[in-house]
Design a protein around this ligand. Structure first.
Ligand SMILES: [Zn+2]
Length: 488
């Protein structure tokens, strides 16, 4: 063989190797597709992001519910195109109707989306849909860290959050994971959801029934579009398409007894918190109060407040300033003054002035910092570090250098108002909870709503939650969801 051609051949082999390493077979379609990250990276990615998600939302502390949820998840994942992945299923503590997946096999449902479901088959359908995003490797090549953590990330790290992140936070709303998939991905996940749930023995027709909830919510002007819908661009034929796919499967197995499991499901979700949990902080007159941590802080008039598990951020409509409260990440026993000076050691951060002081009886340090964010913006911060009941609180009043003086007084008023919450009524608030009631023969949801008497949940809202007409007379023994009012 002439020398030249051998070189050509080895060059060709080398080139194919290079090209193939950038390709992988899609687990669902079996087709080769170009992916920018390997399965190992994908898994590492999910594993790294998982604790951040739990930190941002918190996990619902109900081991019965979690193990039930995990059991259904594992069953469906085992029937999916990627049974070999290590799958993780968690119910997170958020009042927003949402379900989402991280690459590598991490699936999350909020407690609120569970509250809107009516049986195990609906749960299995949405579960199958989210598993589908993972098995078909949707967006794996596009997802960037900033997309995942557009909200919430970096808030724990001192003085590094950029100003744009703060205004993003103010706009986006706390607790939203801004993962967006394309329409084709959604359609494919819907198909996979129908497929996986029916493989698990669940009645596939229930998935399209659950989608109807979102239509009702959207039609109701009082309710904003839930995240699951807004982050899932829905083709108008989505309900029809999933219904038709389900019909085909059901027709092909005429003798099969499909699982719906309404009662089991309702019993499992009984007792979960519904809506905002006031124990984790809320506005009261001019204050933000936190019954669980027993503190309060003044919020400037007209400013908005975003409260998450990691930070409380308040900002004016102009969004050119923010007050951010977090727990400082400091070793136990660090004094406010030590912590303040440690911060100034960071490169690009300058402590202009500051002193040890007391704020409403608590050991504190107040200082003025100047620093640059990652985009090169020059910012100033009035910072207070307060030792309160064994924790070190960090409160920053942040503004660009040019407008800082305009806000200095407002920041100071807020920072120095931080104090112990003593109002018993505020300390003892309790959230609303979902409970299961058994209807008497002929009873209607309207009557049940009257009996429950929750000012935040009228008969119409209860009707939407149960997807039962408000004046329909119920059969004896029918289980219905009600929302019992917590103490306010
Ligand atoms: Zn989706």
């Amino acid at each position: 063989m002439p020398k030249k051609s051998r070189i050509c051949r080895s060059l060709f082999v080398l080139l194919s190797l290079l090209v193939l390493s950038g390709c992988a077979r899609n687990p669902v379609t079996g087709k080769r597709q170009i992916v920018l990250i390997s399965e190992r990276q994908e898994i590492a990615y999910g594993r790294e992001a998982h604790p951040e998600v739990l930190a941002q939302f918190g996990r619902v502390e109900d081991s019965n519910l979690q193990s039930y949820f995990n059991q259904i998840g594992q069953k469906l994942a085992g029937l999916s195109h990627r049974p070999q992945l290590e799958w993780h299923f968690n119910v997170v503590d958020s009042p927003i109707v949402n379900a989402f997946a991280l690459p590598g096999g991490y699936i999350y449902f909020t407690r609120e989306i569970l509250a809107y479901m009516n049986n195990e088959a609906e749960l299995a359908g949405v579960m199958g849909h989210e598993i589908g995003h993972v098995t078909a490797r949707h967006s794996v090549s596009q997802i960037s860290k900033s997309q995942l953590f557009g909200v919430g990330l970096g808030l724990g790290s001192v003085l590094s959050p950029t100003f744009s992140q703060l205004s993003e936070l103010a706009q986006a709303g706390v607790g939203m994971l801004s993962l967006k998939y394309g329409r084709d991905d959604e359609r494919q996940s819907d198909e996979l959801g129908v497929e996986y749930m029916s493989l698990g023995g669940y009645d596939p027709r229930e998935l399209s029934k659950f989608f109807v909830v979102f239509q009702q919510m959207r039609a109701d002007s009082n309710q904003s579009i839930p995240d699951w819908l807004s982050s899932h661009p829905a083709p108008p034929d989505r309900i029809t398409a999933t219904r038709q796919e389900a019909e085909i499967i059901v027709r092909a197995q005429p003798d099969k007894r499909w699982i719906v499991n309404r009662e089991t499901f309702l019993r499992r979700i009984s007792g979960i918190v519904f809506g905002e949990n006031p124990r984790e902080g809320f506005r009261s007159d001019g204050w933000f109060v936190h019954p669980e941590l027993e503190f309060r802080i003044r919020i400037p008039t007209g400013w908005r407040v975003q409260n998450s598990k990691q930070a409380v951020v308040s900002s004016p409509a102009s969004e050119d300033a923010a007050i951010q409260l977090t727990l400082a990440e400091a070793p136990e026993g660090t004094s406010p003054g030590e912590y303040a000076r440690d911060l100034a050691e960071q490169s690009g951060v300058e402590l202009l002035e500051g002193e040890n002081t007391r704020i409403n009886g608590n050991r504190a340090f107040i200082g003025t910092y100047r620093f640059q964010d990652s985009q090169g913006n020059r910012l100033s911060a009035l910072a207070a570090f307060i030792d309160f009941r064994g924790r070190l609180y960090q409160i920053l009043g942040l503004a660009p250098n040019q407008t800082f003086s305009k806000y200095a007084r407002t920041f100071e008023d807020s920072l120095t108002s931080f104090s112990r919450l003593r109002d018993r009524n505020l300390l003892n608030v309790q959230p609303d909870r979902l409970q299961i009631r058994t209807a008497r023969r002929g009873q209607t949801l309207r009557q049940i709503a009257q009996a429950v008497n929750n000012p935040r949940m009228n008969a119409e809202a209860l009707s939407r939650l149960n997807r039962i007409d408000v004046d329909q007379s119920l059969r004896a023994g029918t289980l219905v969801k009600v929302i019992e009012a917590g103490r306010r």
